[in-house]
Design a protein around this ligand. Structure first.
Ligand SMILES: O=c1ccn([C@@H]2O[C@H](COP(=O)(O)O)[C@@H](O)[C@H]2O)c(=O)[nH]1
Length: 287
């Protein structure tokens, strides 16, 4: 690991995640491709459901899509299921993203009591950590304040977080919509807004709002513009949402939205050109 001085200098030199994401979206369009090496996809690519297949799949996706999309989002669970060697592949995948200057979002959905949260923050956002990504997804359902160690470390290292707000799965409503006009989700989004006050073009504390939420933003009276947050919107493609659906749901908030699709793009592989074409078609549906 580099010295403490070198790590501090690297963190200080990094522009805030929100600014880096805005620049990447302006250059490459509002698409993030998820790296989700499901067993079925490994088989469809002619790879084994083992660490060699995982590595070949992951590195092929990064190599094909560097310079093509705003961000890549490895799904951590699909590396964890291969044990410590799977996590080593995730480290290599994140390093390749950094080398190719494509933003990485580790979809880990971490959330725990504050003292443990500090360790998760070190792992996913700490300078010099082998698993550090440009941003990590967080679950606020142990209380938004419990995320503080990650919010602070992200700010100190120029990294970002995406806090679950309204998730893309149908079951999410049973928790997130509770309270109606004063919904749980609205409360979380309000706390995210406080983190991002004054940041331009948006802050580094993002929100996950599913591409599948339909009219929920309007029904719950949620003003995403006030959150000043980048919005990570999963659910495009395999979960049924289209670019047109997303534009209808997000309306005036569209400039903040980074759509993300995994299986629908990945099924085009393993041919690199076919992967690039699938990503380009998905990105174009968002323009
Ligand atoms: O609300 C959420 C939060 C995260 N996800 C994750 O995004 C991808 C979606 O994969 P697809 O193949 O495009 O459906 C996956 O890793 C989920 O865990 C989400 O879907 N919804």
């Amino acid at each position: 690991m580099p010295s403490a001085e070198a790590r501090a200098a690297a963190a200080a030199a990094r522009a805030p995640f929100g600014q880096r994401l805005a620049a990447a979206m302006a250059e490459h369009g509002p698409l993030c491709v998820g790296i989700d090496p499901h067993p079925s996809l490994l088989a469809a690519w002619g790879l084994g459901d083992d660490v060699h297949g995982l590595r070949s799949f992951s590195l092929s996706v990064v190599e094909a899509l560097v310079g093509q999309v705003a961000a890549l989002k490895p799904q951590v669970a699909l590396y964890e299921r291969h044990g410590s060697r799977g996590l080593a592949v995730l480290e290599e995948t994140l390093a390749l993203c950094a080398q190719g200057h494509v933003l990485s979002i580790a979809d880990a959905k971490r959330g725990d009591i504050g003292s443990t949260m500090a360790a998760y923050a070190d792992a996913w956002l700490g300078e010099g950590s082998p698993l550090a990504a440009d941003a990590v997804t967080l679950s606020p359902y142990l209380g938004y304040g419990s995320l503080r160690p990650a919010l602070d470390l992200a700010a100190a290292t120029g990294r970002g977080v995406f806090v679950l707000g309204l998730t893309s799965n149908p079951e999410g409503k049973s928790v997130q919509h509770v309270g109606g006009a004063d919904s749980v989700a609205k409360g979380i989004i309000g706390q995210v807004a406080a983190e991002n006050a004054g940041a331009t073009p948006f802050g580094s504390t993002g929100l996950v709002i599913g591409a599948t939420v339909g009219a929920a933003l309007e029904e719950l009276g949620i003003d995403l513009a006030a959150s000043n947050a980048p919005i990570l919107a999963p659910g495009l493609g395999a979960q049924g949402a289209t670019g047109a659906d997303m534009k209808a749901s997000f309306g005036a908030f569209w400039p903040q939205v980074l759509g993300t699709s995994s299986r629908d793009v990945l099924k085009a592989g393993p041919d690199a050109g076919a992967l690039r074409d699938a990503a380009a078609a998905t990105r174009d549906s968002l323009l």
